[in-house]
Write a protein that binds this ligand. Structure first.
Ligand code: KG4
Ligand code: ZN
Length: 333
């Protein structure tokens, strides 16, 4: 039997999970409300909140999984990419826990873990598959050849898809993080109300900064005509924005599927919680004859279950690291 404690602290969620023989038994997430009033994550506040949350979060994960500390066989933690101060809290905790209990330590790449979240529950994709990983910090199309053999086919040249949602939300006077709110308002709006440009970026890369500027100019022009423009049109604006971000993402994903001939298509990361993206991918999958994999909501945004499952697959291969391991702000898939 293999009992893995997974720890995630790369950004603003402190999370701990227990995985027993590849099955997730608990996945506790402590979010940090402190950032909302600043309109974005404040790194120093994030690391302090991680310090406050890490011990109760791990305790709760152990309790909910109905195990004892002594039952744990290995500790897996997010090494990067992420905010260095935040990563340091999870890494230091994992190292101390492993040292005190003489347990093997497993480092996990956060971007790989978002993709490996697809191996938590059925149905699981078979290798190779394509994954569109869309989060607050990344937008990538990855060819997944094996658990830890991944090739980056394309990525954003500027803002990530989550940033495009969050920065647009700011323009629309919505609180941080705006992605889920745009999703909510979009449900009541007409996506064809406002025409927004699709950037012409070569290969399988993305760009969202031009779209953000186009939205800002559109809102400014409309507000000149009607100062109550946003209040009166928020649903239509959100629906139009969401529909454009989704079409940018899916058009590139379609191009990647054609280029590689791979027909198993997955999405991962915080933005894969977006209902417009989930629905449009399902439709595109049906039209294109793809097998589509969409994670459960709880495994889209940052969580330790994905770290624990990635850790479990490294545990099977006995891929351990020493106490000299340090976190990395930047890491490739
Ligand atoms: O993966 P994640 O939790 O953290 C990072 O590693 O960045 O992703 C967070 C991002 C934020 O930008 C948030 O606005 C976005 O995911 N997000 C959404 C939705 N839920 C979360 N964006 C659009 N629609 C949603 N429903
Ligand atoms: Zn993430």
């Amino acid at each position: 039997m293999a009992v893995i404690l997974g720890i995630e602290s790369s950004c603003d969620e402190t999370s701990a999970a227990i995985c027993i023989d590849g099955e997730i038994k608990s996945n506790i997430i402590a979010s940090q409300a402190v950032h909302a009033k600043y309109g974005g994550v404040v790194p120093e506040l994030a690391s302090r909140a991680h310090q406050q949350h890490i011990i109760p979060t791990v305790d709760q994960a152990i309790q909910q999984a109905k195990i004892r500390k002594n039952d744990i066989d290995a500790v897996a933690f997010t090494r990067g990419p992420g905010l260095l101060g935040s990563l340091l809290v999870g890494t230091s905790f994992a190292k101390s826990f492993a040292l005190a209990r003489q347990l093997p330590l497993i480092d996990v790449n956060h971007m790989q873990a978002h993709i490996l979240a697809h191996f938590i529950d059925e149905p699981r994709p078979a290798f190779p598959f394509l994954c569109l990983t869309v989060s607050g910090g990344h937008t990538q199309i990855v060819l997944v050849k094996d658990y830890f053999d991944m090739e980056l086919l394309g990525q954003t040249l500027d803002d990530a898809a989550g940033e495009a949602f969050d920065k647009t939300a700011k323009i629309l006077n919505l609180p941080y993080p705006g992605g889920p709110l745009i999703d909510k308002y979009a449900k009541e709006g007409n996506p064809d109300s406002f025409k927004l440009p699709e950037p012409q970026i070569p290969d399988l890369n993305f760009s969202f900064s031009g779209l953000k500027t186009a939205i800002l100019y559109m809102v400014q022009a409309e507000e000149k005509k009607n100062p109550r423009f946003l209040q009166e049109n928020i649903a239509d604006v959100c629906a139009s924005v969401q529909s454009r971000i989704v079409s940018i993402l899916l058009n590139k994903l379609k191009k990647a599927a054609l280029q590689t001939g791979v027909r198993q298509i997955a999405i991962a990361g915080g933005v894969s919680a977006n209902s417009g993206l989930r629905e449009s991918l399902q439709e595109m999958g049906l039209r294109s004859g793809w097998e589509v994999f969409i994670p459960k909501f709880e495994y889209c945004t940052d969580n330790a279950a994905m770290i624990a499952i990635a850790g479990y697959h490294k545990f099977l291969k006995k891929e351990f690291v020493g106490q000299d391991i340090t976190p990395l702000a930047r890491m490739h898939v």
